[in-house]
Design a protein around this ligand. Structure first.
Ligand SMILES: Cc1cc2nc3c(=O)[nH]c(=O)nc-3n(C[C@H](O)[C@H](O)[C@H](O)COP(=O)(O)OP(=O)(O)OC[C@H]3O[C@@H](n4cnc5c(N)ncnc54)[C@H](O)[C@@H]3O)c2cc1C
Length: 186
């Protein structure tokens, strides 16, 4: 697998039940952010929240563990995360910023870090957490999967969204409903 250069690979999950209750998988992304804020490694981070609880990912600047946890969980649509970096630095005045981003966004961020004219923002970024990403969907597609394919009245009824075992899953009232990934491609 093309992982690139790395110092150490570990398998880990959070032990905090507040994180595990809402995280996508083992909650390690949220756990790392909470630790980094508590330890002063970063003052805040740009994550993907969904303030209207409608699964639309909105780039959000968080500065506390509660805010990190409120933004946990994967939203399977594209979050324009890097657009909030300037807000984090200019409006929130953060000197040490974390970012959670998909690999394509991390590539963009690394490239931006290499250019002098973006340095006033990117030099403040001192923690980048990259998450794997195979694919994502437009919001209209997610709505269609929920309503036309999985029998939901609305996407907002879903309490969790996931991809695994060849299917796109939505959870409602503790029940998982799956749609074969090949059916999502159209
Ligand atoms: C579009 C997408 C596709 C993915 N596909 C795969 C895959 O194919 N295989 C795989 O192993 N993992 C995939 N992931 C990663 C996986 O869903 C989890 O994010 C990862 O396992 C971390 O889990 P966690 O419990 O530690 O995260 P959590 O503690 O739940 O934290 C998740 C963090 O990701 C942020 N986030 C949520 N949605 C987005 C988004 N759209 N863009 C940027 N940040 C976001 C949240 O704000 C939060 O900070 C994908 C993630 C995304 C966003």
């Amino acid at each position: 697998m093309p992982l690139g250069t790395y110092k150490e690979a570990v398998s880990a999950r959070s032990t905090d039940s507040k994180i595990l209750d809402v995280s996508q998988d083992g909650g390690i992304v949220s756990a790392l952010l909470c630790y980094a804020i508590d330890e002063g490694i970063i003052e805040g981070a740009v994550v993907a929240g969904t303030p209207d609880d409608d699964w639309r990912p909105i780039p959000t600047v968080v500065t506390s563990s509660d805010e990190v946890i409120a933004a946990a969980g994967t939203k399977y649509s594209m979050s324009p995360t890097l657009s909030a970096l300037k807000d984090a630095v200019r409006q929130n005045g953060l000197e040490k910023v974390g970012v959670v981003a998909t690999p394509c966004q991390v590539q963009g961020l690394r490239k931006a870090k290499a250019y002098p004219f973006t340095r006033f923002v990117t030099e403040k970024v001192n923690l980048i957490i990259g998450i794997y990403c195979m694919e994502n969907f437009p919001m209209a597609s997610l709505d269609t999967f929920a309503t036309s394919k999985l029998g939901f009245d609305s996407l907002t009824e879903a309490s969790k969204m996931d991809i695994g075992k060849g299917k796109f899953w939505l959870t409602k009232d503790g029940e998982d409903k799956g749609l074969a990934i090949k059916e999502t491609h159209g």
